[in-house]
Design a protein around this ligand. Structure first.
Ligand code: AMP
Length: 396
């Protein structure tokens, strides 16, 4: 298989699927350019090797056709600044406009195509549309990890038209490397920490992880489905009544597999879901009627932190509480700090999922953990053991 490191890009046109789905404010200014920055190592490598670059991406969720607020033209200046190269903009991603512009593209130059999702064929995975995209270039590079779990024209189907000349960019390569390290080759003890609002989103990943981990920590809103399933009182905490059986089955599976399942024993409860709510501390299985658990308690924090500090491999997905509100952030913050401490002692730590990534950034710990994943849904599916269409299309 070709790789970005070994392929000879000289005088070649590289079609790169990037994830430039960045937030814009009402003046169409980029408010967070993390995703654009994440693609730069790949872009620069190709330009510096004497190739030219054609960038394609989606932005937002346009309903039908062109919408000003989702135009990639708003990104041109910033991409050019970050790449240190001129960027031309094609007002459509398909047809004569990009075809002519790609013919005139010179080594060292970048062509940015208009939003792929202005055409419904993109999300449908239309083959003709994919062929049209493919006709623009000599080589295909997929570096959009955030959409690798979608079988769209630009993320998967287009690869068919480059039977030899297809590869991953640096971002996908490093995402795969860190996920495989955790899934296939973890140093023990291996601890997974699962949080967030709902257990239903995380059942498959928990099942897959139970085959691999030594410790599985459950926190956040999903705690209460497990506690209720075991007969505890959860007051008006968030719960998924239809998942009580599954919670019990997961507890059983953990026993079978000799995995230590750690549920919070105490928590911070509130009289309403509000930053100004009244709070008290209770046992996690004795939440008073009318109160809801919004964070793990001190006893749980110290037990979980100790387990994390003793681990050699750590996977974290989902906050321990409603960390967006100050009164309920202690659990999430402590977990983030314990992970950073374990990492400084040589553990490998992988953080994924929008909210745990936001937490790591909030506490300024992103460079104190081993890897922060850029793809929420894609990472979750890969960790569930699924084959992602965007990965399969390139790997074959
Ligand atoms: P998810 O997207 O499933 O990872 O959920 C993340 C969201 O879960 C965050 O916005 C948290 O505020 C929320 N969350 C965490 N713990 C709780 C809880 N105990 N009750 C309600 N929501 C929670």
């Amino acid at each position: 298989m070709n790789t970005i490191e070994t392929f000879d890009f000289k005088k070649k046109k590289a079609l790169i699927r990037v994830d430039f789905n960045v937030p814009l404010n009402s003046s169409f200014e980029i408010t967070d350019d993390t995703r654009i920055r994440a693609a730069m190592p790949t872009v620069k490598k190709i330009l510096n090797s004497g190739g030219s670059v054609i960038l394609m991406s989606h932005l937002g969720r346009p309903k039908a056709g062109y919408e000003e607020k989702f135009s990639l033209k708003h990104l041109v200046k910033h991409v050019s600044k970050l790449a240190g190269a001129p960027v031309r903009f094609a007002s459509d991603c398909i047809g004569n406009v990009p075809l002519e512009m790609s013919k005139n593209l010179k080594p060292g130059e970048i062509l940015l195509l208009e939003n792929l999702r202005f055409h419904k064929e993109e999300e449908k995975g239309n083959e003709e549309f994919a062929q049209g995209l493919a006709s623009l270039a000599d080589v295909y590079v997929n570096d959009a990890f955030g959409t690798a779990h979608r079988a769209h024209a630009s993320t998967a189907i287009v690869a068919r038209f480059f039977p030899e000349n297809k590869m991953f960019g640096y971002l996908i390569e490093s995402e795969l490397k860190s996920m495989d390290k955790v899934l296939r080759d973890p140093q023990k003890p291996f601890t997974a920490i699962m949080g967030g609002a709902k257990v239903s989103d995380k059942i498959l990943i928990i099942e897959n992880l139970l085959e691999r981990v030594d410790n599985l920590v459950i926190g956040g809103g999903m705690t209460y489905t497990f506690i209720k399933a075991q007969g505890g009182n959860i007051g008006s905490s968030i719960v998924e009544e239809d998942k009580l059986d599954i919670a019990l089955a997961l507890i059983e599976k953990a026993k079978d597999k000799n995995v230590k399942l750690i549920l919070p024993t105490d928590n911070v409860v509130a009289d309403k879901f509000d930053a100004e709510a009244s709070v008290q501390k209770t046992a996690a299985d004795r939440v008073p009627d009318g109160w809801m658990g919004l964070d793990i308690g001190e006893e749980s924090i110290s037990r979980i932190s100790e387990i994390i500090r003793d681990s050699r491999t750590i996977l974290w997905n989902g906050p321990m509480g409603v960390f967006e509100m100050e009164k309920f952030e202690a659990g999430t913050r402590s977990v983030a700090l314990a992970i950073a401490e374990a990492t400084s002692r040589g553990a490998f730590s992988l953080i994924g999922g929008g909210d745990s990534v936001a937490a790591v950034n909030k506490y300024d710990l992103a460079d104190k953990v081993s890897y922060v994943s850029t793809g929420g849904g894609a990472m979750l599916e890969y960790m569930e053991g699924k084959e992602l269409p965007g990965i399969k299309a390139v790997r074959g």
